[in-house]
Design a binder for this molecule. Structure first.
Ligand SMILES: NC(=O)CC(=O)C(=O)O
Length: 275
């Protein structure tokens, strides 16, 4: 089989972790019932997004969220990309995405590699490094259809990470993310289309739904982009499930038609993976 259905759950995240887990579980079931084989949740799906919240909501892996995600993957016989949660490990906090296979086993644990430290005067200042530490590894997993790479939000700004995943054989990269009302309209779709075109693969981003009363207001617009750079499926900012049928043949077609991956001048430049 070369095609499968991908579902992105643009969850309305609240301050109640148990409510977030219950609602995520319900939407995962709905997506699987509608034929999705890979389902993804947003960044910080079980906690509000903000440095002051991370220590309070952080949990160990395995823990409450691990168990809920593992059961949701197994009960619905799907691959589940579990957005991200604030993780605590030996006193250090990370922004971490867990991926589970259809048997409920954890296949990957991606700790956000690039921390979101920005300062746009008069608009937004956010310093994840006030409470979080970065991860130090790449995270891919295999399905029957393709290898999938995982990044979290700010990771999408780093073209090299996308290229490393493409070089490792990934044909889909999924970025749970939560861009905001300044960078979202300016860069969210542009970056996604850029990473898809750079590497001639599918790219998906999964945001929380927008909550205008939150300290950090997410842009929403969870989206799937094709290897040609087309937006295949998207939504606005409300809670929603975005579905896209992913055809692996399209990756090969585009790579054959415009063979930039074979035409790189490795005698002049190269991206080297150290992980
Ligand atoms: N929240 C993020 O990690 C990234 C983001 O909002 C941006 O890059 O813009």
């Amino acid at each position: 089989m070369t095609s499968f259905r991908l579902a992105l759950i643009q969850l309305a995240v609240t301050a109640s972790k148990s409510d977030n887990l219950a609602r995520a579980t319900k939407f995962v079931r709905e997506a699987a019932t509608n034929g999705a084989k890979i389902v993804a949740l947003p960044e910080c799906f079980n906690s509000p997004y903000g440095t002051k919240y991370f220590p309070t909501y952080a949990e160990k892996i395995p823990g409450q969220s691990t168990e809920a995600l593992s059961s949701a993957a197994k009960d619905n016989n799907i691959f589940l990309i579990g957005g991200s949660i604030p993780e605590e490990d030996e006193g250090t906090l990370y922004n971490t995405c867990m991926v589970f296979g259809p048997d409920g086993h954890m296949l990957a644990k991606h700790r956000k590699v690039h921390l979101f430290d920005i300062d746009i005067p008069g608009k937004i200042r956010f310093q994840e490094s006030e409470t979080l530490s970065p991860g130090n590894s790449f995270s891919c997993f295999d399905t029957a259809d393709c290898k999938v790479g995982v990044g979290i939000c700010y990771d999408i700004r780093f073209a090299e990470l996308g290229q490393v995943y493409a070089d490792k054989g990934c044909k889909l990269i999924v970025y749970p993310g939560a861009f905001n009302m300044t960078t979202g309209p300016a860069h969210w779709e542009l970056l996604q289309r850029a990473r898809a075109l750079d590497n001639q693969l599918y790219v998906a981003t999964v945001s929380p739904a927008r909550d205008d009363s939150a300290g950090y207001v997410a842009w929403g617009h969870s989206t799937v982009v094709s290897p040609w750079g087309d937006v295949l499926a998207t939504t606005d900012h409300q809670e929603a499930i975005v579905y896209a049928d992913i055809d692996m043949k399209r990756v090969e077609e585009v790579r054959e038609q415009i063979p930039v991956r074979r035409q790189k001048r490795k005698d002049l430049y190269e991206v080297v993976s150290k992980g």
